[in-house]
Design a protein around this ligand. Structure first.
Ligand code: ADP
Ligand code: F6P
Length: 321
């Protein structure tokens, strides 16, 4: 392997820049040439490529977003789109690609590998923490801390006014952002897609807590767990409250990565390069299990089933009573 490409794809996540930096510097350390591909698979199809040197990734480790930019590319899902991407790689003499992205981006990487023989490594970059083969994805820690900052601010004003607050957070179909931020923020209710919840029971608890003199409550809702408007309408009617809604949205995707995400990005980047240059390695997803950085063949990574953290959920139930 002499030349590799690096791209970021799908939704951005804090720490993507730090991962690209680690990939570039590790690749140069091992004597490779590195090419930055802009706007994910779309840029690969269109040939938006530039060589990256050590200085190209200076002053980046602390920045959110992705300087390579990212995109979603429907054309790449087709074999014709992938063939165009393979032609670009051939034109530049690039033999391997490292992609920082989520599940969809990894499926693209596997297709490129299976259909055109290009070795690919995937670095999990998504705030959702929804990839089963790895304990953590890049950007999750930063997103949770961003949510936590908002919960802290909301608590101040909700307590002053004796109000109930509902914060809706991202995560697609995964409740991890809500669970971790909810626990760390001391939320009374955490509503996530992995666990059924009973709105009648929550309404009764809100009434009971008011009778006990507790007038302020925090509800954290994962976007995949249900409609915030319907939930709020039901609780307002059945518990005689006037819930204030905060929809955090894309602020959760930005910001300077935390120390944990910078370290993770660095470890993932180094591992991705060390794996791609191994003669006998196969296209794989990079991840972390029990604080050990791992490389798992894509097929195996896709088959893994996400283990829900029952212990953490149980703790949240005990502490919110
Ligand atoms: P993420 O990587 O964050 O999950 P997406 O699901 O939007 O984000 O996927 C990013 C891109 O990866 C898509 O726009 C598409 O180009 C490519 N992709 C997604 N799914 C597939 C697939 N099944 N086969 C090939 N490429 C795919
Ligand atoms: O996958 C990351 C994520 O931020 C999800 O949490 C969210 O559901 C989705 O992307 C939002 O996508 P978009 O930026 O395209 O609106």
């Amino acid at each position: 392997m002499k030349k590799i490409g690096i791209l970021t794809s799908g939704g951005d996540a804090p720490g993507m820049n730090a991962a690209v930096r680690a990939v570039v510097r590790t690749a140069l350390y091992y004597g490779l040439q590195v090419y930055g591909i802009e706007r994910g698979w779309d840029g690969l199809i269109k040939g938006q490529i530039q060589e990256l040197k050590t200085r190209s990734v200076s002053d980046l480790i602390q920045r959110g977003g992705t300087f390579l930019k990212t995109a979603r590319c429907p054309e790449f899902v087709t074999i014709e789109g992938q063939a165009k991407a393979a032609d670009t790689l051939e034109a530049y003499g690039i033999d391997g690609v490292i992609v920082v992205g989520g599940d969809g981006s990894f499926r693209g990487a596997k297709d490129l590998s299976d259909n055109f023989g290009i070795k690919c490594m995937g670095i999990p970059g998504t705030i959702d923490n929804d990839l089963a083969y790895t304990d953590y994805t890049l950007g999750f820690d930063t997103a949770v801390n961003t949510v936590l900052g908002s919960i802290n601010n909301l608590r101040d004003t909700m307590q002053s006014h004796d109000r109930v607050s509902l914060v809706e957070v991202m995560g697609r179909h995964c409740g991890d952002i809500a669970l971790y931020a909810g626990i760390a923020g001391g939320a009374e209710y955490i509503l996530i897609p992995e666990k059924p919840f009973d709105l009648n029971q929550i309404a009764r608890q809100l009434v009971k807590s008011k009778l006990r003199g507790k007038t302020s409550n925090m509800i954290v809702l994962a976007e995949g767990a249900g409609s915030r408007d319907e939930i709020v309408k039901f609780l307002n009617e059945h518990a005689q409250v006037n819930i204030k809604i905060t929809h955090l949205g894309h602020v959760q995707r930005g910001g300077s990565p935390t120390m944990a995400d910078r370290i993770l990005a660095t470890r993932f980047g180094v591992k991705a390069v060390e794996e791609i240059i191994k003669e006998d390695s196969v296209s794989s997803a990079i991840g972390i299990r029990g604080n050990k950085v791992i490389a798992v063949p894509f097929d195996e990574a896709f088959k893994a089933k996400k283990e829900f953290n029952e212990e953490l959920y149980a703790a949240s139930q005990i502490l919110s009573k």
